[in-house]
Design a protein around this ligand. Structure first.
Ligand SMILES: N[C@@H]1O[C@H](COP(=O)(O)O)[C@@H](O)[C@H]1O
Length: 203
């Protein structure tokens, strides 16, 4: 199976991916869960599931390059082949992103390219759109701009608050991230050197 590292915060996407890789049909195995914040719920979920965890606290490093270098060592230490980011809010350096190009997925709570950046749910509410959703994409040097693997749309209700909308988007994320993981893990989807996606129909 493809070896997976997961970046987490509260870890609800981690939970969904842990359920997914338990399935006999899954092409992946989670070998390490990492966070840049000690004590977050995601790390507790991983430990309870018997998965190794690592904290790489960005506040302890003098530069992004040092921080990314340490993450890279952890990923190499565990022989990671695919990295899944959920709730990772730091901008990665170019050399790191280029090294892990095609092997790093991120989930974003909007239908990219709409509503990039933070508070995507609030942006959608303020824009008055009637549909939003989530996107799983390959990580590129430009934030929230990598090639899209999976998207799922959700309606915005007139009664929605940021919380109620975020909850509905999260439910969609917990379907979209496992689906994207299996598409990339099985080789059905690959990233070309030019940053475009290749769909391997025979897989
Ligand atoms: N980037 C965003 O961060 C959140 C992480 O949630 P969780 O997986 O830690 O619950 C998700 O909503 C994701 O879209």
């Amino acid at each position: 199976p493809i070896t997976l590292a997961l970046w987490c915060l509260t870890g609800t996407n981690l939970q969904a991916l842990m359920e997914q890789v338990k399935k006999p049909s899954s092409s992946a195995e989670i070998v390490v869960v990492i966070s840049n914040r000690p004590g977050v719920m995601g790390l507790k979920r991983a430990s309870m599931a018997g998965i190794q965890t690592r904290v790489v606290d960005h506040k302890l490093y003098g530069s992004r390059a040092e921080f990314d270098g340490t993450i890279d060592k952890v990923l190499e230490e565990f022989g990671v082949e695919l990295v899944c980011l959920a709730g990772f809010m730091r901008i990665l350096t170019g050399p790191f992103v280029r090294k892990w190009s095609g092997k790093m997925l991120n989930i974003h709570p909007s239908l990219l390219p709409s509503f990039k950046g933070v508070n995507a749910q609030k942006q959608a509410l303020q824009a008055g759109v009637r549909v939003t959703g989530c996107t799983v994409h390959f990580v590129a040097e430009e934030v929230d701009a990598g090639a899209i693997v999976v998207q799922e749309a959700v309606p915005i209700l007139v009664t929605d608050t940021e919380d109620s909308l975020s909850e509905r988007i999260r439910e969609a994320e917990h379907r979209a991230f496992p689906a994207a993981l299996e598409l990339v893990g099985s080789g059905a989807v690959k990233l070309r050197d030019d940053g475009r996606i290749v769909w391997n129909q025979s897989v």
